[in-house]
Design a protein. Structure first.
Length: 218
């Protein structure tokens, strides 16, 4: 039997987003871009929260390193950098360290840097923006595996995420099984529609009223 992560990785962001809609749940985040690699990623979330370096007490280690060392193979690190400070929440050495640890990728609510290094390391980096500005003297880490916010979605450690060229979509840990079931059913129906198109049916016949009501279970 396929694991939760295997099932999640077989789905794209749109299928998971449609499943959330069908179940009346929130989780899709727009505007975060895939900066390196062409791969879709999906996995369990390890979170990092950053704040401006204003002299407050903060982690004594470089930001992101605790998350990398805590992560299990296949996990996705998700960083919140919503400070308004133009400084990178992720960089090239972190990408290499995460890849060597088996981390599936990183999603940054905020800027990342060393995009070319991410490509060189073949490590998936998704971020709201990119910048050359270092975090040194600008940002500090205030928590690992703490609740964060990405877009307008509350994300907790242990939740799940799928990210691809379209969007980033989060699923609460307690909802993952029924979201996967709904998404798999949607993908099955869409595969059937594609087969009908290839068999010669018109697009109007295939995308009839049943398509419009698909998320209502009709």
């Amino acid at each position: 039997m396929a694991s939760t992560i295997e099932r999640l990785n077989a789905l794209d962001a749109c299928a998971v987003s449609d499943a959330l809609d069908k179940l009346g749940l929130q989780g899709a985040v727009s505007g975060i871009q895939r900066l390196s690699t062409d791969r879709r990623i999906g996995g369990r979330v390890v979170t990092v929260k950053l704040a401006p370096d204003d002299g407050r007490p903060a982690a004594s280690r470089h930001l992101g390193t605790t998350a990398i060392e805590r992560a299990r193979p296949g996990d996705v690190i998700v960083v919140e950098q919503r400070t308004g400070v133009d400084a990178a929440a992720w960089g090239g050495t972190l990408s290499l360290g995460a890849k060597l640890r088996g981390v599936a990728g990183v999603v940054v609510e905020g800027p990342a840097r060393d995009v070319d290094e991410g490509r060189l390391h073949d490590f998936p980096v998704f971020a709201r923006a990119h910048t050359a500005r270092t975090a040194r003297g600008r940002l500090v880490e205030v928590g690992t595996d703490v609740p964060i916010t990405v877009g307008d979605i509350a994300v907790s450690p242990g939740d799940y995420v799928v990210a691809d060229g379209t969007a980033v979509v989060f699923v609460a840990a307690g909802e993952i099984e029924r979201v996967l079931e709904a998404a798999e059913a949607i993908v099955g129906r869409e595969k059937d529609m594609a087969e009908r198109l290839r068999a010669g049916e018109s697009i109007g016949q295939v995308m009839d009223k049943r398509y419009e009501t698909m998320l209502k279970g009709q």
